[in-house]
Design a protein around this ligand. Structure first.
Ligand SMILES: [Zn+2]
Length: 310
């Protein structure tokens, strides 16, 4: 980006008057993946210029915002600041309406990944967690002949999903009451990085999947995000409490009771998607120590290299 472009971006973000430093936050006591308490501080500013710190777990390599905004602060952030902030960052309007074309393309690509694990299995129900306006749930429901239920905390977005004929439940998956319902296909699309408790959510989802069902999840690959930008700070953003890698996502799935059936590098070279099936939890699963050591070496190398800074 040119200097003028960076100045314009900074001015657009400043014009939102969002005071990150003043938001209520909590320090992270234990690693959400492995329970470790020894962390390394990695960065002190995010891609928007906010004073957001990210730490990494020395044992498993999970990276996360620390301190992190409280659930109530994130509630306010998503209600008023999130879409305008992303729009200011990119310099174009990004809202529930404008993302729909992108979501349609996403649904086709990710549907191709899921098809071998869904077709011909007699599945009837789909649960989409954080499903926004329902474009993806609707596409999957039509393609695979499923009845779709969508859970999302944003009322403006669930209203659009309802207009598509989907069953919608307003709220966060940790809080909504689904009784003893189970679903054949459960999807968590472009959402896991936004959660406050990944382990708790994955455990909850494990209970919501039928024994022979399938789970879809995708991550923004943290390594891809910092390598493409040549900057670790450019990969950190206050909207993502978590920064997952293939190694940490796989460990999360194994620990909470899923076996990866297929992983897929998305065409954007940024997301990694997984089709996973319920299995016995392996509560001690961890990324190999050598993988975690390589992650710290790579982060230091990116931080110390002369090169572009966005
Ligand atoms: Zn850890």
């Amino acid at each position: 980006m040119s200097i003028a472009g960076a100045v314009n971006r900074a001015e657009r973000i400043a014009a939102l008057n969002f005071d990150y430093a003043e938001q209520p936050k909590a320090r992270v006591e234990r690693c959400n993946l492995c329970g470790e308490t020894v962390f390394v501080g990695l960065t002190h500013r995010d891609r928007y210029g906010y004073p957001a710190s990210a730490s990494g777990c020395t044992r498993c390599g999970l990276v996360f915002l620390d301190p992190v905004m409280t659930a109530a602060a994130y509630g306010d952030f998503y209600a008023g600041t999130y879409r305008p902030l992303v729009s200011a960052f990119h310099g174009r309007l990004i809202d529930a309406r404008s993302i729909q074309q992108e979501q349609k393309e996403y649904a086709v690509e990710r549907g191709d990944l899921l098809a071998p694990y869904v077709e011909g299995r007699g599945y009837r129900t789909l649960l989409d967690i954080g499903g926004s306006t329902g474009v993806v749930a609707d596409a999957f429901a039509r393609r695979f002949g499923l009845r779709a239920t969508l859970v999302d905390p944003a009322p403006l977005e669930t209203a659009q999903a309802r207009a598509l004929g989907l069953e919608t439940i307003e709220g966060l998956v940790e809080q909504v009451d689904l009784g003893n319902r189970q679903f054949d296909v459960v999807v968590l699309c472009q959402t896991v990085d936004h959660l406050l408790d990944v382990t708790g959510t994955l455990r909850r989802l494990r209970d919501l999947i039928t024994p022979g069902g399938v789970f879809f999840i995708d991550i923004v690959d943290f390594r891809a995000a910092y390598l493409r930008n040549g900057s670790v700070e450019a990969a950190i953003k206050i909207d993502h409490p978590y920064y997952l890698t293939e190694a940490t996502m796989t460990a999360y799935l194994e620990r909470t009771g899923f076996t990866v059936a297929r992983a897929d590098y998305a065409a954007d070279h940024l997301h990694v998607s997984y089709a996973a099936q319920p299995s016995a939890p392996r509560p001690d699963a961890l990324p190999p120590a050598a993988t975690t050591e390589a992650l710290w070496r790579e982060i230091r190398s990116v931080q110390n290299a002369p090169g572009p800074r966005s």
